[in-house]
Design a binder for this molecule. Structure first.
Ligand SMILES: Cc1cc2nc3c(=O)[nH]c(=O)nc-3n(C[C@H](O)[C@H](O)[C@H](O)COP(=O)(O)OP(=O)(O)OC[C@H]3O[C@@H](n4cnc5c(N)ncnc54)[C@H](O)[C@@H]3O)c2cc1C
Length: 413
């Protein structure tokens, strides 16, 4: 008589507790025979940064993860968003919608998204204070070494450790990210301090100059967000730009926006000393596969596509990755050699499309500037903001990852 012993659970180690890691942990906990541990370097799980946009694509995946109803706080940005010239105040572009969708686009605090996700992670899954420093490919498993001296093993390592990923840099030897030249400064502040300064601050808006912008938006619960960014030639400024979420002084931030309207400068001045955080944007080349070491390592989220926050929807992409990974594993009953190629087949072309889009947009902008020759500052701002042809971006912002998965499964049957 033969007895069918239950298969040993698949041992999965997720590195990183951002949106990618948390959503992967949630999605994997729903599928049979998987033993998940999430290792996060921080000793307290805390989001750095200020606000985050939740668009339709992100709502779609939050629904699939069962988290959508938990995310209840934020400012509805869906009805109106405006782009203006930061020096003259001229309105350059207006996005307006008449009716709200069931789940309208929101700008919320990053911590709200994180705590909503966290509340759906099974108890005991997360280990804090675990900074991964090294990985080893040991034929049928991966060995993980942490800074505290501990070592563990896993059948599958999910690199959800962000744009400066140790998992990616180990398993994709030679991969390099580079400073893009863009530095972002972000802060939250009481919105009452801002909204009365100028009636135009009622609305979520971008205030632009040719190589910088200041984004102002309420984020709910009486708070507002400033995300100010500036591009400087990376050939000159790269050496000092390794910061990610580090505190910087008011004076330092304000010095980059002296050409802006007095009201904008006044908003910047309202931020309390110690509240600004600086983020240097890095980007890296496209990966042709998001899986490595014979299907024992997979990347999700920012580690898998170092696009430095392009499209403003990276948390959504990270959660889509996590959800698709779980579907692929479930579909192939935890057979890594089938599930991981399926994950690649779905996600790689999507990221390829993003890289192509960014390249095409940059080329179009360059061409336009070349065509026009000597253009005024005002025209440079217009070229930056107003894109010809109204490119359809629904493949990003309306992406329904559940339907993408369904279509893929149907095409295989
Ligand atoms: C300025 C800016 C604005 C943005 N705005 C938006 C927006 O509006 N909407 C949106 O959807 N996205 C936005 N994004 C993108 C979004 O923040 C990221 O895409 C998203 O956070 C990626 O999630 P992730 O889980 O892949 O990585 P991360 O959020 O970076 O999380 C990685 C986690 O891994 C941990 N970690 C790192 N290394 C290790 C290690 N060695 N060992 C253990 N743990 C480790 C980190 O501590 C962290 O908790 C923006 C990004 C930027 C820079």
């Amino acid at each position: 008589m033969t007895i069918d012993l239950p298969a040993r659970p698949l041992k999965v180690a997720i590195i990183g507790g951002g949106p990618g890691g948390l959503s992967t942990a949630i999605a994997l906990s729903r599928i049979p025979n998987v033993d998940v541990t999430l290792y996060e370097q921080a000793t307290v799980l805390r989001e750095v940064g200020a606000g985050i946009s939740i668009g339709q694509n992100t709502w779609n995946v939050l629904e699939l993860l069962g988290v959508a109803d938990t995310l209840t706080s934020g400012h509805v940005t869906e009805l109106i968003q405006i782009s203006r010239n930061g020096k003259t105040g001229e309105e350059l572009h207006r996005f307006e919608r008449k009716e709200l969708k069931k789940r309208p686009n929101l700008r919320t605090q990053r911590t709200k998204l994180q705590s909503a996700l966290l509340s759906h992670v099974q108890p005991g899954v997360i280990q804090l204070g675990k900074k991964l420093i090294h990985l080893m490919d040991n034929e049928d498993h991966v060995e993980l070494h942490f800074k505290d001296g501990t070592v563990t093993t896993a059948d599958l390592v999910v690199g959800a450790d962000g744009i400066r990923s140790v998992v990616r840099d180990t398993a994709w030897h030679g991969y390099e990210i580079k400073f893009t030249g863009t530095t972002i400064w972000r802060a939250l502040l009481p919105w009452d301090d801002v909204k009365d300064l100028d009636p135009r601050f009622d609305t979520t808006a971008w205030w632009h100059l040719p190589t910088s912008h200041v984004y102002l938006s309420p984020v709910g619960e009486g708070l507002g967000e400033i995300a100010a960014r500036q591009w400087q030639d990376p050939a000159i400024h790269s050496a000092s730009k390794v910061s990610w979420g580090v505190p910087v002084s008011k004076e330092h931030v304000e010095s980059h926006f002296t050409d802006y309207l007095p009201a904008i400068r006044e908003v910047l001045r309202k931020v309390q000393e110690g509240d600004w955080r600086e983020f240097a944007a890095f980007a890296g080349p496209e990966l042709s596969r998001l899986t490595a070491w014979n299907n024992k390592v997979v990347l999700v989220g920012d580690s898998s596509h170092a696009l430095s926050g392009a499209f403003g929807s990276g948390a959504g992409f990270a959660m889509e990755d996590g959800w698709i990974l779980a579907q692929a594993l479930s579909y192939h009953r935890n057979d890594l050699n089938k599930a991981l190629p399926l994950f690649d087949a779905i996600r790689v072309p999507y990221y390829t499309r993003m890289y192509k889009h960014i390249q095409a947009e940059a080329a179009a902008r360059e061409n336009k500037l070349r065509e026009l020759g000597d253009v005024s500052e005002e025209d440079r701002v217009k070229i930056k903001v107003i894109k010809d042809g109204g490119i359809d971006m629904s493949w990003i912002y309306e992406n329904n990852i559940g339907e993408v998965w369904q279509a893929r499964v149907e095409s295989r049957t």
